[in-house]
Ligand binder design. Structure first.
Ligand code: SAJ
Length: 409
C-alpha cells in the first residue's frame, strides 16, 4: 500500500495514476475541505482527463483522508516555496510531512520525495529528521528523490510517457521504486543518486527559464530596431542545433520562476547567466506596460479604462494564476497608481482582482485596446468581436487581420 502526502497539482494525478494501475493507494492532505471535495468527486483544478481518472480510481478503491497511514511506501508531493528574501528553499512543509510519517511508518518503509528541492536539501533537512527518529536511515527507513516532471495542461499524458529520475542511496531501493512507477510510466526511468536527482530537476527548469529569457531579450532587441522577433526565431530554429523558445509577457507558474532562485540562493558567487535570465524574465511585465502605454499614445487612448487585459493565468488553457505575468503587470500598474484596467479570463471563475469580468462581451464593451496576455484557445471563438479593436498580442497568438490593428512584442 502507498500513502501519498499532498493532493495538489502533482500528488493527486500521481495518486490517481497509481490507483488505476493496480496499486493500493490512500491519499492524505491536511486540508479537510479538499478531502471532503475529493470524496464528493470534485477536483479543484481543471486538467484534461482527470475527472475520468478520479472516477476510475474510486472504482479501484482509492481513499482520501487527512490521516497519515501505515504504508510500505510514502510519496511526498507537498509545496516547496522559497523565501522571497534569501531566495533559499523553505522546506517546512516537507519536514512537517516527514515528521508525521516518521511517527507512524513501519520499519522498512521507503519515503519518496517528489516535491522539487534544491540540491543538498535532503542532506541538510531530510536526513536529520530520520536521524532523530527511532529508526536508522538506510537500514530501517529509506529515502528516495523522484522529482515530478509533468506539465499542467498535459499532465495525464506526461505522467505516462515522460521519462523519470529516481535518486536513491541503495540500488535495491531504487529498483523497487522504479518497479512501482513502471506500473503506469512507459517512459525511461533513470536511476541515480539523490543529489544528482535534486540538481537535475532544478537544472531542467532553469534551462527553460534561461532559454525563455534569451527569447525575451531578443524581443527587446528586435523591438528597439524594428525587427520581427518571431520571424527571426522561426528561421533560426530551422538550424538543426538551434531551438529558441517563444518570447512572452513574462514567466509565471510555480516552477520556472522559482527553481532558478534555489541556485541563486545557494551559489550566489557563481551564478551569472542564471541570475541575469531571471531578471530579464521578471522585467517583461514592465516592458509590456511600457509598450502598452506607447500603443495607447499612438491611438490617442488616454483612459486606461479603455484598455482590457485578456488572460489572467500563467499560461494558456490552464486555470492556474500563480505568479502569472498578468498579476505581475497589475502589480506594476498599482505602483504607478493606475489600476481599474479591465481583465477577463475564461478559466478564472472566482474574483481574484478588481475589475475582473466573467463575460467576454461585457469585457470587450467600451474598450479600444485589448492586450492578449495569455493565448487561451478560447480567444478564437471571439474572433469576430476583435475585428474593430486594436490588439496588443504579447503571445503572438492571432494572425494579421484578426483585428483592426495588431501589435506584437
Ligand atoms: N513560457 C514562455 N515562452 C515559452 C514557454 C513558456 O514565455 O516558450 C512561459 C509560460 O507562458 C509560463 C512560463 O513560461 O508563464 C512557464 O510555463 P511552462 O509551460 O514552460 O512550464 P510550467 O511551469 O507549466 O511547468 C514546468 C515544466 N518544466 C519544464 O518544461 C522544464 C514541467 O515539466 C515541470 O514539471 C514543472 O515546471 C515543475 O513542476 O517543475
Amino acid at each position: 500500500m502507498i500513502n501519498i502526502i499532498g493532493l495538489g497539482y502533482i500528488g493527486l494525478p500521481t495518486a490517481l495514476m497509481f490507483a488505476t494501475h493496480g496499486v493500493k493507494v490512500v491519499g492524505t492532505d491536511c486540508n479537510e475541505r479538499l478531502i471532503q471535495q475529493l470524496n464528493a468527486g470534485h477536483i479543484s483544478f481543471k486538467e484534461e482527463g482527470i475527472i475520468d481518472l478520479l472516477d476510475s480510481a474510486f472504482k479501484e478503491g482509492i481513499r482520501f483522508t487527512t490521516e497519515y497511514q501505515k504504508a510500505d511506501v510514502y510519496i511526498i508531493a507537498v509545496p516547496t516555496p522559497y523565501d522571497k528574501k534569501s531566495k533559499k528553499i523553505d522546506p517546512t512543509y516537507i519536514i512537517g510531512a516527514l515528521e508525521s510519517i516518521m511517527s507512524i511508518c513501519p520499519k522498512g518503509a521507503i519515503i519518496v520525495i517528489e516535491s522539487t528541492v534544491s540540491p543538498g536539501t535532503i542532506d541538510r533537512f531530510i536526513r536529520p529528521v530520520v536521524g532523530k527518529s527511532r529508526y536508522k536511515l538506510g537500514v530501517d527507513i529509506h529515502i528516495v528523490h523522484a522529482p515530478e516532471r509533468i506539465i499542467p495542461g498535459n499532465m495525464v499524458h506526461e505522467l505516462i510517457f515522460n521519462s523519470r529520475t529516481i535518486g536513491a542511496d541503495e540500488l535495491f531501493v531504487a529498483e523497487r521504486i522504479k518497479l512501482l512507477y513502471s506500473s503506469f510510466c512507459k517512459g525511461e526511468i533513470v536511476i541515480t543518486d539523490i543529489r544528482t536527482a535534486e540538481m537535475t530537476k532544478v537544472v531542467e527548469n532553469t534551462y527553460r527559464d534561461v532559454n525563455i529569457a534569451f527569447a525575451n531579450e531578443l524581443a527587446k532587441i528586435c523591438r528597439s530596431d524594428n525587427m520581427d522577433v518571431y520571424e527571426i526565431i522561426r528561421i533560426a530554429n530551422k538550424h538543426p542545433r538551434v531551438s529558441i523558445m517563444s518570447p512572452g509577457p513574462g514567466v509565471g507558474g510555480h516552477c520556472i520562476p522559482v527553481d532558478p532562485w534555489f541556485l541563486v540562493g545557494d551559489y550566489p558567487s557563481l551564478v551569472n547567466v542564471i541570475l541575469a535570465a531571471r531578471n530579464v524574465n521578471d522585467s517583461m511585465p514592465e516592458f509590456i506596460l511600457e509598450r502598452m502605454i506607447d500603443i495607447m499614445k499612438i491611438h490617442g487612448i488616454e483612459d486606461v479604462r479603455r484598455v482590457g487585459l485578456y488572460g489572467l493565468t500563467y499560461k494558456e488553457n490552464v486555470d492556474d494564476t500563480r505568479e502569472s505575468p498578468t498579476l505581475q503587470l497589475l502589480d506594476q500598474m498599482e505602483h504607478n497608481l493606475a489600476s481599474c484596467i479591465k481583465v477577463y479570463d475564461p478559466f478564472v471563475k472566482e474574483n481574484i482582482i478588481e475589475n475582473q469580468y466573467h463575460e467576454f462581451d461585457t469585457f470587450i464593451e467600451d474598450i479600444d485596446l485589448v492586450v492578449v496576455m495569455v493565448g487561451h484557445a478560447n480567444i478564437y471563438s471571439h474572433a469576430e468581436k476583435l475585428k474593430d479593436k486594436i490588439v496588443f498580442d504579447t503571445r503572438n497568438s492571432l494572425s494579421d487581420g484578426a483585428a483592426k490593428k495588431i501589435y506584437r512584442l
